[in-house]
Design a binder for this molecule. Sequence first.
Ligand SMILES: [Zn+2]
Ligand SMILES: [Zn+2]
Length: 393
Amino acid sequence: MFDVKKEVLECENELVALRRDFHQNPELGYKEFRTSKIVSQYLTDIGLDVKSVSKTGVVGILKGTAGEGKTLLIRADMDALPVEEKTGLPYSSKNTNVMHACGHDGHTAIQLIVAKILSRHKDEFKGCIKFMFQPNEEEAGALDMINEGVLEEPDVDGAMALHLWSPVKSGRIGLTTGPVLGTTEEFELKIMGKAGHTSTPHTAKDALLGACKVVDAIQSLGTREFDPLNPIAIMFGKIHGGSARNVITDCVELGGTIRFLFPDEKINKPKVLDAFERIIKGTCDALSLGYEIKYIPSNPSLINDPYMVSIIKEADKETYGTNDNIDDFKSLAGEDFAEISQRVPSVMTFVGIYNEEAKSCYPHHNSKFTIDEDIMKYGVELHVRAAMKFLNN
Ligand SMILES: [Zn+2]
Ligand SMILES: [Zn+2]
């Protein structure tokens, strides 16, 4: 086995430069034209077989020459967010109201260097690696690449991804077996009544009163209907209705998210949605109001496979010198790598970047979010080592 740490350190300047270039030139989902072009060219230059998939997605295939074997998929996401950057960094975003505020610039840079290092050592592993650079993670873009066959020809036997993660401290990783990120279901809800004057409320059907009662009634679901040890967070993020102080409105529009982290999503998700709709229907029926619910395609839960987790654990020990840096980490956040984890044994590692000195303490999607760049090299080393282990075991 070659000296991974030494090769990673030799590439560190390039790693940081790549990340800063992506950071300065962020692109929204499915508009990652520049990023995708750079990624394609880079992978071609290091000798990979490169394909473009799903508009701005890129897949680079690297075949090992040590024999036939398994296929590993490693995924990075490339999209930025509609956020105005306020970090004050010298390499801040050049694009108005677009910012890499989730760390995907770091993911793309890390994965290019992982590909570069592994491409130099293809005689040392069996099988094949698919480097998946996906667009539009923030709006569940992975499914489009899956539908276009990214998991086939050759069929993928295991998948890995990492997320640079500010809730976890620099030098530590979040790694847990089983469901680790929540099922997310986004919804729009319209409550319809009959308009009227506030002096004669008995002649109207008050949609606003209905909306208030629905928001309140729905909160009982997580404890009175489902085991409170398996939390369900139903949150309303917006509510709009009415135009004047003395007019009873005939329509209120609400929007929100349903999130949960149940072991068996396929059985439990229909139960949650049935209960959600039953409470809305019951509340609206009681007030003679109508309603419409629309769901927006979101993420299933992300499941970490025990074997894939064990591979990362071994790689973690060699990378950071210990397994004592592993935090048990779960969150109700959504992540579209979940789509892959529902189809093949997968692992997502949350690589900690919280460091006050590096000012990388802001939450993801915040206008001051930044990463601890010193940690990126650990991300590279972790995936290089884990890939070699998976393919040669
Ligand atoms: Zn994000
Ligand atoms: Zn992200």
